[in-house]
Design a protein around this ligand. Structure first.
Ligand code: ADP
Length: 552
């Protein structure tokens, strides 16, 4: 038998993250904007104690290992305590996106068989309506104190979170168990069909947190002040509640206040250095700072992902505000981080313009995940920065199967010589990878515009439109065409008070893209529909414009 390592074997458990933060960064602050309206401050040490009390409270309510504790809540300290209290005591934290349709919320809660639901005050009316449809719930907990409990509610036996915690003494040893046990569940937003649950394990979560904090990933440090704009119900705020505990930095939670003004004020008052979010929230923040001619005094770095970061946004943040943009790609099935765009030593010697082009891509994988691009037959394609193929991934924090579903989503891949390369997860994205391993998403496979057998990247078309000074937001979708099957249609929201004609918009494409890829038409709208995670709802747009007749 091989010689075995003689090192301590300790399971990688989520509780160890907050224990570490409490022991070694105990007095570092966690600041939360509360639903109640005020600002709450305490420390990692306080957070750990209250997480233990939450774990005791869940046990007192009769929850058993593996049962699901659901949340409908904004980013805040109580939500953080539930993350750690539930997962740390071998329960499974199920964060539900409150921006989903009520029927979808009920469907997800029932599918996950949630036993207990903790929710913020803002969602009381929603839960009053939904409660009769939530068939597996045994307990409802309102995440507030006695003073804010409603005088009247249709909910029977509504529990008060602060009272539950006050009844516990916190004398609780975090249990040790198999690191492969489930820690949390997130559902994909289900743009097609029902949402599907991705079940993370303690092991996958801790490894993801380790890797995502690395310098070539999110570059998190104990010197940082991190404000996750990305909600804790969107793939666990991209792991920031865990990676910030690993580095033991100050954490700032924005609550429900995600408008430009509220965010800017919180960034400034708390000295935020690092943040993360989808492009749409940065649009709001940048509009606010631009309109009021403000500058950030501490904000240094941000991760942008969830959908493609328009180069124009990257440029504004970097050149006008001195904020480094880390463009990242990931998905719910990947916990979510897959790639981030950070330059290599070799690339840092390139001219500025070339460096920019690289930063605009989705970037390189972090150790722990691997990726490839394949054709429809499963054959790996060359990494030449040109060949576009289906992006597949595998790794320690990539799903193996969906919650409660038979069968595996994985598919076999082989190299050009036909040699099997094992099983990979198909992401549904189309991408190129260059010789340095920089990946660029050209589209979601269902969003590519197929014009006469050629593919046009909707992201490319959107990025160009977004660079026009009068454009607030743009979406490129396919419209039916009698000869070419599909042709690009550009849907544009203008910036307030700006004039822009169809002809001016189309002329802007000249010289920026091949002529045959220029959209056939432009429509101006007041608003583009977004999904519950803040992405452009292409499906809805395609429906809205399905009868649009293109000029011949
Ligand atoms: P949903 O959008 O269904 O809520 P996810 O949040 O898991 O689910 O989204 C994952 C998808 O978002 C990816 O498969 C990809 O299409 C898109 N995406 C994420 N980051 C980027 C990015 N930086 N550029 C382009 N697309 C991205």
């Amino acid at each position: 038998m091989a010689l075995m390592g003689q090192m301590m074997s300790m399971p990688l458990l989520i509780s160890s993250l907050i224990q570490h933060a409490a022991r070694h960064s105990g007095d570092t602050e966690i600041v939360s904007k509360r639903v109640e309206g005020d600002l709450h401050r305490y420390t990692w040490k306080d957070a750990e104690l209250r997480s233990r009390q939450a774990a005791q409270a869940f046990a007192r309510l009769g929850l058993k290992a593996g049962e699901r504790v659901a949340t409908l809540a904004w980013n805040g300290y109580r939500h953080l305590e539930i993350y750690y209290g539930a997962s740390g005591s071998e329960l499974v934290c199920h964060t539900i996106n409150p921006r989903l349709f009520p029927e979808q919320i009920a469907w997800i809660a029932n599918d996950a068989q949630d036993a207990l639901l903790c929710f913020d005050l803002s969602f009381l009316p929603l839960i009053e309506k939904l409660a009769p449809h939530l068939s597996t719930l045994r307990h409802l907990v309102l995440m507030t104190d006695r003073a804010h409990m409603p005088a009247q509610t249709s909910l029977p036996n509504l529990l008060c979170y602060e009272e539950l915690l006050a009844a516990e003494d916190g004398h609780y040893d975090w249990p040790q168990f198999d690191e492969n046990a489930a820690s949390s569940i997130c559902y994909t937003s289900g743009t097609t069909g029902h949402p599907k649950g991705a079940v993370y394990s303690h092991r996958s979560t801790v490894l993801h947190a380790f890797a995502s904090a690395l310098p070539d990933a999110m570059d998190c440090s104990r010197k940082d002040v991190i404000l996750p704009v990305v909600p804790m119900f969107h793939v666990n705020a991209w792991g920031l509640p865990y990676s910030s505990a690993i580095v033991g930095c100050k954490l700032v939670m924005p609550g429900p206040h995600l408008d430009g003004k509220s965010l800017f004020e919180l960034f400034e008052s708390e000295g935020v250095t690092f943040s993360a979010g989808v492009p749409t929230v940065w649009l709001g923040l940048l509009n606010y700072v631009g309109a009021n001619q403000l500058k950030f005094s501490s904000f240094k770095r941000t991760v942008i992902g969830g959908s493609a970061c328009p180069p124009a946004m990257l440029k504004t943040l970097m050149d006008d505000y001195g904020v480094e943009v880390i463009h990242a790609w990931g998905m719910t099935e990947l916990s979510p981080l897959g790639t981030l765009s950070r330059l290599t030593a070799k690339q840092l010697t390139l001219p500025q313009e070339q460096q920019r082009r690289l930063l605009e891509k989705q970037g390189k994988v972090i150790y722990g995940v691997d990726m490839d691009i394949i054709d429809d037959e499963g054959q790996a394609l060359p990494w030449d920065g040109q060949s576009a193929g289906n992006l597949v991934v595998r790794g320690h924090w990539v799903i193996n199967s969906y919650f409660g579903q038979q069968g595996s989503p994985l598919q076999p891949v082989h190299d050009a010589a036909g040699v099997a390369q094992g099983q990979w997860f198909p992401t549904g994205d189309v991408a190129t990878i260059d010789a340095d391993g920089f990946m660029q998403i050209t589209d979601r496979s269902k969003d590519v515009i197929k014009s006469g057998g050629e593919w046009i990247s909707s992201i490319d078309l959107e990025n160009i439109a977004m660079a026009h000074p009068a454009v607030h937001e743009a979406a490129a979708i396919s419209a039916r065409h009698p000869k070419w099957d599909e042709r690009p249609l550009l849907v544009v929201v203008k910036k307030p008070g700006q004039a822009l004609s169809r002809e001016e918009m189309l002329a802007f494409y000249e010289g920026r893209i091949a002529k045959w890829q220029i959209p056939d038409d432009v429509v101006f709208v007041d608003e583009i529909p977004h999904t519950a995670t803040g992405k452009i709802q292409k499906l809805k747009l395609r429906e809205l414009f399905k009868d649009h007749s293109l000029p011949s």
